[in-house]
Design a protein around this ligand. Structure first.
Ligand code: 13P
Ligand code: SF4
Length: 301
């Protein structure tokens, strides 16, 4: 039996589901039951009737799955797969920020720890941040938006709202420079540019479309363009090619690789199913508080 067959067999025996983010390595995406963005993965995690969730992504995603499905076992095949942006703010830092802005509503990007989510009013992903601000937070006087300053800047541009910011950012998306886009456009003049809201404003300005990873997958299917310059983590190109074999994709920057996403391998998925670990747990009192802001987001999505 090869490794893929071994994973499939064990997955059935364990009554497990495999969820994978769009940035996972191709062979992990190909073994998954569902591949998607942070929002899609949260929805899947809340709805699955499997007993075990094998989360091929990073730590905050597995935590979110555990918060939404506390009775399920959630496995993260490599416990070191963290998100540097999520680690840029902790509970203590957020509490200090809240004290400086008493009465402000706190909107957190899903790329935060459970401990931080427990301190927030509402959660969002890059797919629904604009909707959350225009809808759930439309009457809020002041909004603290953490931790991604670039996503916050994008949402400001879309909604006309100003936010109290935290200076977090994604180191992988920050590697994509405006010069990379200019160079790629010079090489491929007929190509359209898509960029993630985690990119810097200078990069976003050069894009034809700004979207979450799932939004990118949808846009690429709809656009008439045959060539696309992809301004996000390079792992998504596997799915884009698979779903659009007739189109050609160029990474905006070959350096836009998230090392944490790449920690998950087929071998680690197999070992996770064999050993039923590394398991992700969230203390019940933190989970109860964090659940409120995630469920509120899902109600609006
Ligand atoms: P989305 O897939 O939700 O767009 O998020 C991108 C990302 O960087 C996840 O860590
Ligand atoms: Fe975090 Fe950026 Fe990696 Fe996503 S791509 S997990 S935001 S470091």
């Amino acid at each position: 039996m090869n490794i893929v067959e071994q994973i499939r067999k064990l997955k059935t025996e364990r009554r497990a589901v495999i969820l994978a983010h769009n940035y996972q390595v191709p062979e992990v995406q190909d073994i998954a039951d569902f591949v998607g963005d942070s929002l899609g993965l949260s929805i899947q995690a809340s709805r699955t009737d499997a007993e075990v969730i094998v989360f091929c992504g990073v730590h905050f995603m597995a935590e979110t799955a555990k918060i939404l499905s506390p009775q399920k076992k959630v496995l993260l095949p490599d416990k070191n797969a963290g998100c540097p942006m999520a680690n840029m703010i902790n509970g203590r830092q957020l509490r200090a920020l809240k004290e400086q802005h008493l009465g402000a509503q706190v909107l957190c990007y899903v790329n935060t720890s459970a401990e931080v989510k427990a301190e927030c009013d509402l959660c969002c992903t890059s797919a629904n941040a604009v909707t959350m601000v225009k809808g759930a937070l439309k009457d809020a006087q002041d909004i603290i938006f953490i931790p991604d300053q670039y996503l916050a800047d994008y949402v400001s541009g879309q909604t006309g709202r100003r936010f109290i910011l935290w200076n977090g950012y994604c180191p992988t998306h920050a590697r994509i420079l405006p010069e990379d886009i200019v160079r790629a456009k010079a090489l491929h003049p007929a190509a359209e540019v898509i960029a993630h809201p985690e990119c810097t404003p200078e990069v976003r300005k050069l894009a034809d479309r700004v979207a979450s990873t799932e939004g990118m997958c949808r846009y690429v299917k709809e656009t008439k363009a045959q060539e696309i310059i992809v301004g996000t983590e390079v792992g998504i190109i596997h799915r884009l090619k698979k779903e659009n074999p007739e189109k050609v994709f160029y990474p905006a920057s070959e350096r836009a690789i998230c090392p944490n996403m790449k920690l998950i391998t087929l071998e680690k998925v197999l070992w996770a199913l064999e050993d039923m670990q590394p398991e992700i747990d969230v203390p019940p009192e933190i989970a109860a508080k964090a659940r409120r802001c995630i469920e509120r987001m899902l109600e609006y999505s």
